[in-house]
Design a protein around this ligand. Structure first.
Ligand code: GLY
Length: 356
């Protein structure tokens, strides 16, 4: 193994955990650091932190309240990776169980398998006593209905401005949960960091939460959880539960994870690529940026390209190296990520391949 000058030796103990996460992972890394400093193994602590995000009904790209598939059913994907064991656990297409990351950890800990999907994953969850529920919140249902209404002017679903209430006003004023008939026009949906774009009315996301971390013993772990691409074809699985794509951890080198367009991450094995580049001596930021350059160079379909040749989508790559260096890069300018060192948390700007 080659690690850049200044990198720590394998298994060098750290006095505090170091984590890197997607922009929405702040509560997760804060909880993970706190629990790890209280003696909880870091992978369990990270999953506990990610559970907070999965429980948040306002986070529409992860867990409970995530945006559903095209049939209105929420399907979750998640994975964890344990560096010292060099073992991953994952679930995909999981319905009616909100804690996908915790279930992925159970796959890792209780089975000889790396990935359980669909009904098999749900049955595994039932066997372990996971709570089952409808994951579609009213807010996510409204978003899905707005998306259906916007699908085609030639179908039987009236678009929002064609719909009327008994009061003669618009039935649905944008993507917000509380329609305001006769009220002000809806604010347009501004994509947040981590999202890849905004449909005119319905929120739309490839959003995901990822965290990679180095524990006080110098061991590496990672977790990624998502509800996946909004309004996807049922059964579509993105990068998040795929080891090497949505996350990858090599305990001798570093750990990386991705958010954004999963198809792009999968087709370039983005997390694995980033760790391989760190092994070849790149810093986390250099490795993440080079991974994105390679994705851009291999994006050939015109529908995925802007005029001028830049990819029309975003991917963000997060990385932490064995020596505790952290970094992240996004395809386009303007994205942020979270760095947690012990109890101190900072939000930093991602490096980028294409300026705004
Ligand atoms: N990155 C999440 C997804 O594409 O499903």
């Amino acid at each position: 193994m080659f690690v850049a000058a200044g990198a720590a030796c394998e298994n060098q103990a750290m006095s505090q955990p170091i984590l890197v996460a997607s922009w929405n992972g702040g509560p997760a890394t804060a909880r993970a650091a706190e629990r790890h400093l209280a003696g909880v193994p870091l992978l369990d602590a990270i999953v506990e932190g990610i559970t907070l995000i999965e429980d948040d009904p306002d986070e529409m790209s992860v867990g409970y309240g995530g945006l559903p598939n095209e049939e209105g059913e929420v399907e979750l994907d998640a994975a964890v990776m344990d560096g010292p064991l060099h073992k991953g656990g994952a679930v995909a297409g999981l319905r009616r169980v909100r804690h996908a990351a915790r279930l992925a950890l159970e796959v890792l800990r209780r089975t000889d398998h790396a990935l359980l999907v669909g009904e098999g994953a749900a049955r595994f969850a039932r066997q372990l006593g996971f709570h089952e529920e409808n994951l579609l919140t009213p807010k996510a249902r409204d978003a899905w209905l707005a998306w259906k209404a916007d699908l085609s002017p030639r179908d039987a679903w009236l678009s929002p401005n064609e719909q009327t209430t008994g009061f003669g006003g618009a039935l649905w004023a944008g993507h917000h949960a509380n329609p305001t008939p006769g009220g002000p026009p809806p604010a347009s949906h501004a994509p947040r960091p981590g999202e890849s774009g905004g449909a005119p009315r319905a929120p739309f996301t490839f959003g995901t939460v990822h965290a990679s971390g180095l524990d006080v013993r110098g061991d590496l772990f990672s977790c990624t959880s998502t509800s996946g691409l909004s309004y996807k074809i049922p059964g579509r699985v993105g990068d998040s539960p795929i080891l090497g794509s949505g996350l990858y951890t090599d305990n001798t080198v570093g750990s990386a994870g991705c958010t954004g367009r999963g198809e792009a991450s999968m087709q370039s094995c983005a997390a694995f690529q980033t760790v391989a580049l760190m092994e070849a001596g790149r810093t986390p930021t250099e490795a993440a940026t080079e991974t994105l350059r390679r994705i851009a160079a291999r994006t050939r379909e015109a529908r995925l390209l802007r005029t001028g040749g830049a990819p029309a989508f975003n991917v963000t790559v997060y990385a932490v190296r064995k020596d505790g260096q952290t970094g992240a890069a996004s395809m386009h300018e303007g994205y942020q990520y979270v760095v947690q060192r012990g109890r101190e948390q900072r939000v930093e700007r991602c490096a980028f391949v294409y300026s705004a």
